[in-house]
Design a protein around this ligand. Sequence first.
Ligand code: DGT
Ligand code: CA
Ligand code: CA
Ligand code: ZN
Length: 629
Amino acid sequence: MSSADGQEPTTAAEATATPGANPAALTNEQVASLFHEIADVLEIQGELPFKIGAYRRAADSIAHSPIDIMTAYRAGTPPRLPGVGKAIDEKLAELAATGRMGYHERLVAAVPPSLVTLLRVPGVGPRTAGDLWRALGVATLDDLELAAREGRLRTVKGISAKTEQRILEGIAEVAARPPKRMHMAEARELADRLVALAETWPGVASAQAGGSVRRGRETVGDLDLLVATDDQAAVLDEVHRAPGVERVVTGVRGGGYRTSVQLLRGPQLDVMTMRPGREGTYLVHFTGSAAHNVRLRERARDLGWSLSEHGFARIDESGEVVTGDGAELRTFATEAEVYDFLGLPWIEPELREDRGEIEAALAGTLPRLVRVEDLQGDCHTHSEWTDGKESIETMAQAARQLGYAYQVLTDHSWSLTIANGLSPTQVEQQRRVIGDLNERFAREEAAGEAPPGAHPSGFRLLHGCEMEIRIDGRLDYDDALLARFDVVVASLHVGRRQSRAQLMARYETALRSPHVDIIAHPSGRKIDQRPDLDLDWDRFYRLAAETGTLLEVNGSDERLDLDDRRARAALDAGCRFTIDSDAHYLSEWDNVRWGTAMARRGWLEARHVANTLPREAFLAVMAEKPHRV
Ligand code: DGT
Ligand code: CA
Ligand code: CA
Ligand code: ZN
């Protein structure tokens, strides 16, 4: 499957093998997906499970690494990754050096490329796909559907008439599925990379992301990149030749200022260029949202101007836009000047959804949104004592170096057996480990030996738990034990399908407990995987406000829970919050960035978020319910 026969490149390795390609533009996610693809093909070929498992483990460890793998290899400092042995290390080195991975290319060439699309059908794994291909020659979704309709699938060993029916339903589901939107964390990472890449292009004055990424939406349809340059043609040319670009979707258009390309294993990218000094209206327009823009354009009209991405044009008495030679076009370098021209203060991108921000801007009541830098601690984190992947000490050292004043360790409670929940005895053991670590931290601080980046007030590990609200409605530890924790985070993982009344009763028990400080990920959703719990939300917010129980904005990018609308509704109901990472891996400390984006979109200020408080003040709030932040 080489590009020499004129086909479009179909793998990351091929596409990055173009001259001048920069493999550092491959994200960890993209590298991981190459290894998952290797595992898929091996599984299709019926290889032994241990070999397949090795590639999947390596892929997971690459995807979760806090280090940018390709950059590290290119710098000659390959990181040691769990699950990455010599064979995979060599493949990573090859990818970093040449932009290609020969093994991946050979493997993928050995099976029909369309076979991988079968894996999108629920109920069809790589093994089944391989069996169907070998037995029936099924290689495409159409082949699969036809064979299922004709009842031929059930002639294959291991496939029953029932499975056949499920596969048919799965095919219908795939067809009905809306195009997948990227999650925020990956979109942000890709956008940051593209901005950095654009800044290296000749003649570029500045580059930045617009669209839903800049507004911090939880999922992103396509990426929008704004580039200020004196040579627009040269920049658009660079875009078309950039590494990681699969194909040009629409060539240069709009009078030569914009283009759209499809990114490999990624979304579409829209690039807009403008002359330096004129960025203001372009940024406003391409940041959106469309609904916010509509409001701005109405306001411009009322003032006698027509607002487009290019600037403000005069409208004559008949309401027509004045065009032609010498027609006035007001342009601005910054967004602040654009808003000022409209008689408005600058509005934060996260607020630009037409959810009352224009009115608040006019009334002078825009919120001062919470920032990631405001967070002094993280109230929801895990260690290898339950389902985290690092030791308590490793997690704490990382939190310390990130500049936090505190980290609440919240491993799971014992009824959550799938997550290795802790028994009361283990809780006591854990308390001693934490005590010893804190003594050491205090000694180091007293000796002036705190690590670089540490918080001026020092760092302490606080003892918390993520206590399961049991399926029978009871709390998982007794009151005496709960009272001994610094912070109790309560959550609900099992019995998710109970009735609204049952779920509300479980939450009410937790909210009314004098020991429960925070409700973690209240809706229980996982984006694209699991629906929300069926709750009476108004009542839930009322109870949280009344009992002074904090609600978490969980930053794990598959959760983002509370989401922006719920955070806003809870705020309006008088609730107070925490913003947490729910980190299980070192790479997940960063989750607070996504949680903060949700909180900002929910209009939260630092004063509404308990973990913006210094350590002593935070502990004072946690000491007594109702918590008054
Ligand atoms: P996405 O890509 O679906 O996650 O969401 P956005 O907001 O990034 O939407 P996108 O990429 O279609 O357009 C970027 C911005 O450009 C959008 O937020 C506002 C502006 N824009 C695009 N099309 C229109 C339009 O038809 N009307 C208005 N008022 N603005 C538009
Ligand atoms: Ca977009
Ligand atoms: Ca777009
Ligand atoms: Zn958790």
